[in-house]
Design a protein around this ligand. Structure first.
Ligand code: URP
Ligand code: ZN
Ligand code: ZN
Length: 468
């Protein structure tokens, strides 16, 4: 007799989809088989039972663009749980004068008492000369992923090529991984400056966001980051990739054996830049911006073929009131969108139900591969004995209408408002505890735990000698 048994579902396991029961003892998966019995029985008849989703790109309560993103660890983790997310990774960013360790401490405080699901942080390196000697200490503290931004000079976050090169060398030597926001800052600044006139702003409004971020802004930066990855041999992870050109660069680099991994986000798969023609188009400003349908198609292809390893959200929620700060100047729009609650619904509905991905591939891209890449496997990311009992149970085709009034996010709008989507969690379990029941959050804030890690990246790191 086990503590809990999930009975009769279609389990998506590393070995394939099987009809079976899954037993839980305490916080762990204890058995997978038939005829299992438990003190609590959760009926999963007619449902998929999948490992909890890891959203490895999230910004909660982030001071950014002159305001603070409005989903915090309370609303953000509740929103995630409704969408079957059981682990998230946020970005700890050092404020002026802060060490990397101070940044981690600040972010731990944000989560304390509020988080419903488990979490950890990527540590952002924003001042190379000050931070470079602190990296190893952060790995010892259980943080194995670092982040550099190639843009955002005005936020004080921007890194240059010297920092990227040096960080990648350290990643190679420490078995850690560098995440990069790849956009070409100098050319982007030039394009923004050329367009930043009262006449053009009057004429084009929020369309200027798409007009000043052509695809080459992203692809040139990816190319450059990949170059530093190739010569150093340090593990690189390109975040929120949005372009077909970027996907091609990743594919070619991986074929040459370059240790680079790419992530895209749900919004780049199903939205395109025609949203900027809408009256409320400014709501959709995010960074990098939404691209064209052919970019989305190439990203789906990349998920199928393997050069795109992860789908995340880049959740960075701003309310309508916050977005209104732009007052007609697109450079002042707080950039980002809500996403945690709709990640799996988007990928399940537009990927699995529309025949772009099979359910096993979806599970790999939302759960198993993020866990492996971020150093959380086998604790997270798979339905297997010994792993944390982080589980989502989803109905194969029951759809819900996206309505911000009924959602857990603090956002009073959704990029998918009015869409009908399946893939919300009927039940979510986090470490064996039911935190979503019958599509409603029932878990207590503060139960989520910080996750320590010992490695990151898919490939064993190998040093490359610089030839004389
Ligand atoms: O628009 C976005 N993505 N906001 C969050 C910051 C970032 O670049 O990830
Ligand atoms: Zn970014
Ligand atoms: Zn981000």
């Amino acid at each position: 007799m086990y503590d809990k048994v999930i009975r009769g579902g279609r389990l998506v396991t590393p070995g394939g989809v099987i009809e079976a029961d899954l037993a839980i003892e305490g916080e762990k998966i204890a058995a997978i088989g038939t005829g299992l019995d438990g003190r609590d029985v959760i009926d999963a008849d007619g449902h998929f039972v999948i490992p909890g989703v890891l959203d490895v790109h999230v910004h909660l309560a982030l001071p950014f663009c002159g305001t603070t993103s409005s989903d915090d660890y309370y609303t953000g983790t509740r929103a995630g749980a409704r969408g079957g997310v059981t682990t998230l990774i946020d970005f700890a960013i050092p404020y002026e004068g802060d060490s990397l360790s101070d940044a981690a401490d600040n972010w731990l405080k944000k989560a304390e008492g509020k988080a419903l699901i488990d979490y950890t942080f990527h540590i952002c390196i924003t001042r190379w000369d000050e931070h470079k000697d602190q990296i190893e200490g952060m790995v010892d503290r259980g943080f194995t992923t670092f982040k550099e931004f190639m843009i955002y000079e005005s936020e004080g976050w921007q890194s240059d090529d010297r920092a990227m090169f040096g960080t990648l060398e350290k990643m190679r030597d420490l078995g850690a991984m560098l995440l990069v926001h790849a956009e070409s800052s100098r050319v982007l600044d030039e394009l923004i400056e050329r367009h930043h006139t009262p006449e053009l702003m009057e004429q084009y409004g929020a369309r200027l966001h798409r007009m000043t971020r052509p695809n080459y802004i992203e692809s040139e930066a990816i190319q450059r980051a990949v170059q530093w990855c190739e010569v150093t041999g340090g593990q690189l992870y390109i975040v929120h990739m949005s372009t077909k050109e970027g996907t091609e660069i990743i594919k070619d680099a991986q074929a040459r054996g370059v240790p680079v991994i790419a992530e895209t986000c749900a919004q780049y798969l199903v939205l395109d830049d025609s949203v900027f023609d809408r009256e409320d188009g400014h709501l959709y400003a995010c960074c990098p911006q939404l691209k064209k349908p052919e970019d989305s198609a190439r990203l789906w292809q990349g998920l199928r073929d393997g050069e795109v390893s992860v789908v995340s959200t880049d959740t960075c929620t701003f309310t309508r009131e916050q977005k209104a700060m732009w007052e007609g100047d697109w450079t002042k729009i707080p950039m980002g969108m809500p996403g945690l609650e709709t990640l799996m619904p988007v990928v399940y509905t537009h990927g699995v139900l529309e025949g772009r991905l099979d359910i096993e591939t979806m599970v790999r891209k939302l759960s198993t591969d993020p866990a492996r890449i971020m150093g959380l496997y086998p604790r997270k990311g798979a339905l297997q004995v010994g792993s944390d009992a982080d589980i989502a149970i989803i109905h194969p085709d029951r759809k819900h209408r996206i309505d911000p009034d009924t959602m857990e996010t603090n956002a009073d709008w959704s990029p998918f408002e009015g869409w009908e989507m399946a893939g919300f969690a009927r039940t979510t379990l986090s470490r064996g505890e039911v935190i979503v029941d019958d599509y409603a959050v029932v878990g207590e804030a503060g139960r989520g735990r910080w996750l320590s890690r010992e490695y990151a990246g898919l490939e064993p790191q190998k040093s490359r000698e610089v030839e004389a």
